[in-house]
Design a protein around this ligand. Sequence first.
Ligand code: CA
Length: 245
Amino acid sequence: MESPAASGNAAKILIVEDEIKIVEALSAYLRSAGYDVSAARDGESGLAAFNASNPDLVILDLMLPKISGEKLCTEIRRVSRVPVIMLTAKSGEDDKVAGFALGADDYVTKPFSPRELTARVRSVLRRSADGVSPLFSRMSWNNGDLEIDLESRTVWKNGSPAALTPNEYKILARLVKHPNRAFSREELIDTALGENFGGFDRTIDSHIKNLRGKIEDDTANPVYILTVRGVGYKFGRPEKMETEH
Ligand code: CA
């Protein structure tokens, strides 16, 4: 594939992030991939840089000094459909859903690998260049170990598509949209499988068992779909949060 630099028309990427190590690592990676990279360290200078440089894509940290990433995204969306990839270390994944509501095109949870993010950048830019709406709800955990695209209803485990049944997908999607919220078996049947589903509520257990077999490394010690004793299940944030930055 021709690199953006080789075409003499490198895509401009603006990184707004206050953690210098992340900025350095990402900038180096994106530059070596041929992009024209600039960076701002807080929301205020990020907005100024956006207005001044008219970037082709913005990588936006959520927790920023001066103007938050959310506020900055809202400001950008008022004037532009430029693709925005959000970075977040926030613990609540409700924040992730809120980010999409603000108009982010993609979401990457820290820790992430610069390589993974560069692949996302390429993908978002391609969609944007194709005129395809860049709005898609893709999330990933543990450096891309588990990825879900709610738009195309696709799940990847360790980079390979996971063959979920429609019911397994519905259960997983329901759980990830409300992380850390404990769902009863009955709720999961009603909301994921439909109120007309006639199964006994323990039916959910066999779906969960199969789902874990497809997305967990060790089904005896799940990190994604956790059992909530006496209640049912929840999507727990993976504990392996040590960063590589
Ligand atoms: Ca930050």
